[in-house]
Design a protein around this ligand. Structure first.
Ligand SMILES: Nc1ncnc2c1ncn2[C@@H]1O[C@H](COP(=O)(O)OP(=O)(O)O)[C@@H](O)[C@H]1O
Ligand SMILES: Nc1ccn([C@H]2C[C@H](O)[C@@H](COP(=O)(O)OP(=O)(O)O)O2)c(=O)n1
Length: 229
């Protein structure tokens, strides 16, 4: 006899949305590990499509080619001790994926409604037992609107730029702080002002301003929101 399938809507989800550098990826990975739940980095999917487009010389203004590229791109996450490796069309694209160029390309293609629609089912397929922690811009509003736990992380733009500067410097990527701040503000504006699935807190999300808070403090605050899990 086969195992009874868990009804997908019965699988618990914690969504963590917010702007660039608010700490979504870091907090999600810690919380997912503590809960023993799966983790979805939805931004990596948009970044992967952007990278596949650049590998195929597709212009970011060519919406129909980008939609075809979204359907043609394969994305796999390989779990390890540290950050998961992201394999795009069979190639390890982890380092290229984290650059600000990839972030800006992802933000541009993420404004195309058909690209978002093409990634919807793939994102929902990550909802597997015993639970999912989902990181992005529209996790609580569009992809998992029925999630029992929703968080919106923020931090001042200056602190987010400093965090990203430190993160990239540690990886040997040379960037200037004023340049990063400009890029972050431009990305915030584009993600928040697009017509489809703009960056905004779900009505039932708890907002946490992480400015001046340690990673550990934010992890504890998030876990404290889920006493009945
Ligand atoms: N509360 C925090 N305090 C200090 N640094 C943080 C905090 N949260 C995240 N960071 C650091 O900021 C950087 C960006 O965090 P990240 O998780 O990549 O953000 P996002 O996924 O929202 O873009 C990482 O180097 C991370 O270690
Ligand atoms: N659920 C999502 C996730 C990311 N995006 C878009 C918008 C973002 O600027 C880019 C990159 O997202 P990502 O979460 O990887 O970026 P940060 O780590 O926050 O800098 O993708 C989106 O539109 N919807």
């Amino acid at each position: 006899m086969t195992e009874p399938q868990t009804e997908r809507s019965a699988i618990p989800v914690l969504t963590i949305d917010g702007p660039s550098g608010s700490g979504k990826g870091t907090i999600c990975r810690h919380v997912a590990r503590r809960l023993g739940w799966h983790y979805l980095d939805s931004g990596a999917l948009y970044r992967a499509v952007g990278i596949a487009a650049s590998w195929n010389d597709i212009d970011l203004s060519d919406a129909s080619a980008l939609v075809r590229c979204t359907f043609d791109t394969t994305i796999d996450f390989q779990e390890g001790d540290d950050e998961p490796r992201v394999i795009v069309n069979g190639m390890d694209a982890t380092d290229e994926l984290r650059t600000e160029t990839a972030g800006a390309a992802a933000s541009a293609i993420a404004a195309i409604p058909e690209v978002r629609a093409a990634l919807k089912d793939a994102q929902r397929a990550y909802r597997r037992p015993p639970g999912l922690v989902a990181d992005g811009r529209d996790m609580g509003t569009v992809i998992f609107p029925d999630a029992a736990h929703k968080v919106f992380l923020t931090a001042s733009a200056e602190e987010r730029a400093e965090r990203r500067h430190k993160q990239l410097s540690e990886k040997g990527v040379s960037v200037t702080l004023p340049g990063l701040l400009r890029e972050i503000l431009a990305r915030d504006a584009r993600d928040a002002n697009r017509a489809v699935a703009p960056l905004r807190p779900a009505d039932d999300a708890v907002s946490i301003d992480t400015t001046g808070l340690s990673i550990e403090a934010v992890v504890e605050r998030v876990l404290a929101l889920m006493p009945a899990r």
